[in-house]
Design a protein around this ligand. Structure first.
Ligand code: ATR
Length: 272
């Protein structure tokens, strides 16, 4: 079998080996996928060693996505703009290529799994860190009417607006602090790491209407703090990031194997 792995630190709780082994058995692809914990100061050595022993492809997770991006000889356009990579492989010439499938994973989950169209919509994105930078390009490519990036540190949201201005097309793209937006949005995506600590961005309830869908890029066994807050304010639907996790994995599998696995049954299995 061809060897693949996910690299992170810590890595023991990663669901990627399970997801990819389900993809492999479903598609009949000869994929052996493991998890590797790299030392915090030893990411590049871990990557070099993996490919030296014949490894075909890596997924990269916290805290190494930016390092993976920096290590690559070449980057896909979507990885270039994301500033981080979650997918590595070698091209025919042995050059290390970095890709980023996170944004496509989010968009596939929203549009394919949940049937939501982003075109013409008003979207509020919370956060302006690496996770948000990684998904902005694919979201803008869907053609929302308006995309507001709200962040605790306004300057970081403004920097992302400047970085993605050339991909905005007809989308009205702007930045603000959490307290500022007071109009209802069609979709609110939480990309802050606040929910990890159970914190809530201090948003005005006016951002939620009965038509608002919220999406937390985090997932947990129970409803996330942010999603629960939004439901309490009357949001019509709250989605967590489990589908995004499976969809970014499917997109990586396609990059490596040229085969698109079906994801619905895999998401159901993980939800159990
Ligand atoms: P990641 O890779 O998860 O995006 P990051 O680049 O450190 O990590 O970004 C974390 C994001 O979560 C930032 O938008 C951060 O806000 P700041 O830019 O103001 O730091 C946001 N964040 C983290 N903890 C938060 C909290 N308790 N409340 C609100 N926002 C928070």
């Amino acid at each position: 079998d061809d060897l693949y792995a996910v690299v992170g630190n810590p890595i023991s709780h990663s669901k990627s080996p399970k997801i990819h082994s389900l993809f492999a058995s479903q598609t009949g692809e000869a994929v052996d996928y493991t998890a590797i914990q790299a030392p915090l100061d030893g990411f590049s050595e871990t990557v070099a060693e993996f490919f030296a022993r014949g490894g075909k492809g890596l997924n990269v997770t916290v805290p190494f996505k930016e390092q993976a991006w920096g290590l690559a000889d070449r980057r896909t356009a979507r990885a270039e703009k994301a500033g981080a990579a979650n997918t590595l492989y070698q091209d025919e010439g042995g050059k290390l290529v970095a890709d980023n499938t996170d944004g496509q994973g989010l968009v596939s989950d929203l549009t394919d799994n949940h049937g939501l169209s982003l075109a013409g919509k008003h979207i509020l994105v919370l956060g302006a860190g690496g996770a948000v930078r990684g998904v902005l390009g694919p979201i803008l490519a869907q053609g929302p009417a308006r995309l507001v990036i709200a962040n605790r540190t306004l300057a970081r949201a403004e920097a992302l607006v400047a970085l993605f201005a050339d991909e905005a097309g007809t989308t009205e793209l702007s930045a603000c602090g959490f307290e500022q937006p007071a109009e209802p949005f069609d979709l609110i995506i939480n990309g802050t790491s606040a929910s990890l600590q159970g914190d809530l961005p201090p948003l005005a309830p006016a951002v939620i209407s009965a038509r608002t869908v919220v999406y937390d890029m985090m997932y947990a066994a129970t409803t996330t703090t942010f999603n629960q807050w939004a439901l309490d304010q009357g949001a019509c639907q709250a989605i967590d990031g489990l589908g995004m996790l499976v969809e970014q994995a499917a997109e990586s599998f396609k990059v490596w194997r040229g085969v698109s696995p079906a994801t619905a049954a895999v998401i159901d299995r993980l939800r159990e």
